[in-house]
Design a protein around this ligand. Structure first.
Ligand SMILES: *Cc1c(COP(=O)(O)O)cnc(C)c1O
Length: 476
């Protein structure tokens, strides 16, 4: 009984504090309201010799982080591409911690193994990935890239009679990576981590819609004369949500025996919506796909998904045998597919999120986010001194703000755009981030949260208007 009480008090406090945080998201500042110094002062406590009572730790923690949390879990957050948490997913995530299972093998947690097995099937169904593909639940798209590209490395080098898992890359045939200049930085990091190095990248210029150009790809593949190659495509790029022409470009890449990997961190989710799924036409032809759960599906951090068509290469790249691990005969051992060893039950929150929304709920979530971003971009575009740089095709749009000074230069517009963003953040009613796209400084507008509604859009519109007016007045 005593041990139950030990847990009850801090957990009940955590529930109260969590609800208090979530229920106030619509009213608190979306940006941080405290300083680095203040946070350090509060959190850098003296390391005590004796332990502290759990309830007090929880109370103090909540007090100490006050003003240092960003409202990215709420509906007025439009920066980067960050989703919130669906109620069922959040609750399931708490249970995951309470259950504290090591989700590495079937024997360390049979239920977790089956939950991930189900998540894999559901995700492939929703994202229209071939049923025969293998999969892994990882921490995010970053590790999904690593998992997929490790599989690619295994498969491509096997074709050259090179066993990369035992020989490594020293002395191995060179693998070229063909991609475009607007790729996400996680691609470069994955290539570094896997020992390819970033010098293996051949960067191809995009077309005006942000897509890889098939003729340039074919020319380049011809030039490398049959040497192993990976072609990296995008399903929803980070700035404008561009989609490559999968139907045309994947068969072209395959005719040179290249491996095709798709970064679909958030963009792969349009597969769930019949009005948008045409953007993905042909994507199922790829060899591997990376997506996130913690963005558009609104699963709490951290959660990403890797899918690989060649399951043998995937398993060969990840599996490990050790004397003390017992592999299951016909159940799923996660260690065969994931780069981690010990890991939390990462499937639980995904399982709950998919069940909460269902197919229709996911389709509606996708559509609603796209609708709101369109609305917000066009409202901002009508403000005097604002300019639309990219009209959203999915849930990403770009605007910028023009320095009102006579004969203002491009770099003055860039600076002015950053000033307006800073002013919005200072005010705390909405949150946006800056980005540089094709040399132009922009404010990126991303809608990814299941909670974002009409009133959040209206508040954000007014917040931008107010900040813009203030910055313009300063120039006079
Ligand atoms: C967010 C994002 C990533 C990185 O995903 P993480 O989950 O942060 O690792 C990769 N590619 C694109 C297009 C993204 O939007």
């Amino acid at each position: 009984m005593k041990s139950n009480l030990t847990y009850r008090q801090p957990l009940e406090l955590a529930l109260e504090h969590s609800l208090n945080f979530i229920e106030n998201l619509d009213y608190e500042s979306v940006s941080a309201t405290t300083t680095l110094n203040e946070l350090r002062q509060r959190l850098h406590k003296e390391l005590s010799d004796d332990g502290i009572e759990p309830a007090r730790i929880i109370d103090e923690l909540v007090k100490d982080v006050n003003g240092g949390l960003i409202g990215s879990a709420g509906g007025r957050f439009f920066g980067w591409v960050i989703g919130g948490s669906l109620p069922a997913a959040l609750a399931a995530d708490w249970l995951t911690s309470a259950w504290d299972q090591n989700s590495v093998l079937y024997v360390t947690s049979p239920a977790q193994s089956v939950i991930e097995e189900v998540c894999g099937e559901w995700l492939k169904d929703i994202l229209k990935i071939p049923k025969t593909a293998s999969f892994a639940l990882v921490t995010g798209c970053q590790l999904a890239h690593v998992t997929c590209l490790a599989s690619a490395r295994n498969a491509l080098l096997k074709k050259s009679q090179w066993d990369v898992e035992s020989k490594g890359l020293n002395g191995a045939p060179k693998i070229h990576v063909l991609t475009t200049d607007e790729r996400h930085g996680t691609i470069d990091r994955a290539l570094r981590l896997l020992g390819f190095g970033t010098e293996c990248i051949i960067e191809l210029p995009e077309d005006s819609e942000g897509r890889m150009q098939t003729d340039l790809l074919i020319d380049t593949l011809n030039k490398i004369k049959g040497e192993p190659a990976i072609v990296l495509l995008k399903a929803g790029d980070l700035n404008i949500g561009a989609y490559d022409k999968f139907e045309e470009i994947i068969p072209a890449a395959h005719s040179f025996n290249a491996w095709v990997h798709v970064d679909g961190a958030f963009g792969l989710w349009v597969a769930a919506n019949n009005n948008l799924s045409h953007l993905l036409k042909g994507v199922e032809l790829a060899d591997s796909w990376a997506a996130d759960g913690h963005k558009w599906l609104n699963v709490p951090f951290d959660c990403g998904y890797a899918f690989v068509s060649d399951s043998k290469s995937h398993k060969a790249a990840m599996t490990h045998k050790a004397s003390y691990i017992t592999l299951a005969d016909n159940a799923r051992d996660q260690i065969d597919w994931t780069p981690e060893w010990s890991r939390r039950g990462r499937g639980v929150a995904t399982y709950a999120a998919i069940r909460q929304l269902g197919r229709r709920g996911i389709a509606e979530l996708v559509e609603r986010c796209c609708m709101y971003v369109s609305e917000l971009v066009s409202l901002i575009g009508k403000l005097d001194g604002a300019e639309i740089i990219w009209k959203p095709q999915i849930n990403q749009g770009l605007v910028r703000f023009l320095d009102p000074s006579p004969n203002a230069t491009e770099s003055e517009h860039d600076r002015f755009t950053d000033e307006v963003i800073a002013e919005i953040l200072k005010n705390g009613k909405a949150f946006f981030g800056g980005t540089t796209w094709r040399g132009i400084r922009c404010m990126r507008i991303s809608v990814c949260n299941w909670q974002t509604n009409e009133s959040h859009i209206e508040t954000a519109h007014l917040a931008v208007k107010e900040a813009l007016e203030k910055c313009k007045a300063r120039k006079k």
